[in-house]
Design a protein. Structure first.
Length: 110
């Protein structure tokens, strides 16, 4: 628990520190991002996809691990566990795909 709290604090600090220059840009509504803004958007998109993929992989690994432990303890329950497991994996993967769509929207490619 202590380690997770430390990781959450470090991740929050990291995200907050590197997002500050984005808010320091001058006001304006250009149609396409250029220069520093384009570079910041590219970095934000890449980091967003990386964090989403990492979190999705951890979530899927934990879900499958727990389901396999449950099936190993009670093989008769495998039919009842399979559908919720697949549904959970689909929902986790949907969140990762959603992060990809948001990254594309940030880049202006959609």
């Amino acid at each position: 628990m202590k380690r997770m709290l430390l990781m959450a604090i470090l991740l929050g600090t990291f995200a907050f520190t590197f997002s500050l220059p984005v808010f320091a840009e001058e006001a304006g509504t250009p149609e396409k991002a250029t220069g520093t803004a384009a570079a910041a958007l590219a970095i934000a998109s890449g980091l967003g996809i990386a964090i989403a993929a990492f979190g999705g992989a951890l979530g899927q690994g934990k879900a499958v691990s727990t389901a396999l432990e449950g099936i190993a303890r009670n093989p008769g329950a495998s039919d009842k566990m399979f559908t919720p497991l697949i549904l959970g994996l689909v929902l986790i993967e949907t969140l990762v795909i959603y992060a990809l769509v948001v990254a594309f929207l940030l880049q202006g490619k959609i």
